[in-house]
Write a new protein. Structure first.
Length: 304
């Protein structure tokens, strides 16, 4: 397992993003790698600007995820991985450390699924809404699109290759962000098209509170990526928070134990990002690679 930890920054806020966990990225050209780094950098800057100006962790994670959803390279929003039927079914979740949460699943019309998840949290008594229709989304003032907007030729080719068994389904690309703001509040957001070639209607861990996304003030905020079923069964994000709360386990050790027991032990592949209540940042994965961006205290680090 790979684990990177950064001590709390003097600035008093913290932000870390992921762009999915998956196989080796050696096969990516230098140009492609550069484009992922550009996308992560742009998204990090969008979130960091919010936090540095004293904004809320929730606004920061939404701003960062919006950028990654709009970037067709990542498996979220436009350019999301396609189902076996060639459709894009988008899942997203947001959670704030005070215990509020909202999520959407199989969303086909919100240009930015992360904002739809936020609306579920802020405008409805529900936590998880399936396939919100155009009327509801525009009633919330969200930008709407036709489902074809999300489908790119690159993803159609990827689906074809996976269906022809020319390619292992790559899991890179799901996106997430976690943040601690100057007010000491944490938040998490995750957004995905799911797994390439998944059956229509399959729901992964991303929109499941406690599985792929979780935040609790005074403890931690977490966003996960990888084989969703294992994250759901291991309730991975909540398991880490529970180790910290009930056992007093430090963040990195809690992450290490949960990844070992709930993922590696079940031969499941994935990774996660976390920010502790003190601003400590952890990036961890048992996959060969994971895309991530965070500050090491002096400069932005991007991992591909
Ligand atoms: N966790 C996502 C899912 O299972 C996929 C991913 O992170 O790549 O839907």
């Amino acid at each position: 397992m790979h684990l990177f930890e950064v001590a709390p920054a003097a600035a008093g806020w913290a932000l870390v993003l992921h762009g999915g966990a998956g196989g080796r990225v050696d096969e990516l050209t230098l140009d492609a790698r550069g484009s992922y780094v550009e996308g992560l950098t742009r998204a990090y800057k969008a979130g960091a600007d919010v936090l540095a100006a004293g904004g809320a962790a929730l606004d920061a994670v939404c701003a960062a995820v919006e950028q990654l959803e709009d970037d067709p390279l990542f498996n979220a929003g436009r350019g999301a991985a396609l189902t076996s039927a060639g459709t894009a079914e988008l899942d997203a979740c947001v959670m704030t450390g005070d215990g509020r949460a909202g999520a959407i699943s199989a969303c086909r019309h919100a240009r930015n699924p992360v904002f739809a998840a936020r609306k579920v949290m802020e405008e409805t008594p529900a936590v998880l809404l399936v396939a919100p229709d155009l009327e509801r989304l525009s009633g919330w003032g969200l930008e709407t699109v036709e489902p074809g907007y999300f489908v790119t030729p690159a993803r159609q080719q990827q689906l074809q290759n996976v269906q022809d068994r020319l390619l292992e389904p790559s899991r890179h690309g799901t996106v997430g962000a976690v943040a601690l703001d100057l007010g000491g509040r944490v938040a998490a957001a995750t957004s995905t098209g799911g797994m390439v070639n998944q059956s229509e209607g399959r729901v992964g861990d991303t929109p499941i509170v406690g599985a792929g996304t979780y935040a609790r003030d005074g403890v931690v905020a977490i966003s996960c990526t990888g084989e969703g079923e294992a994250f759901i069964k291991g309730v991975v994000a909540h398991d880490i928070a529970a180790r910290m709360r009930y056992l007093g386990t430090p963040l990195a050790a809690a992450v290490e134990a949960t990844v070992a027991e709930e993922l590696t032990a079940h031969e499941a592949i994935g990774g996660l990002i976390a920010v502790g209540a003190d601003g400590r940042v952890v990036v961890a994965h048992n996959s060969p690679a994971m895309f991530a961006a965070y500050s090491d205290g002096t400069r932005l680090v991007t991992r591909t």
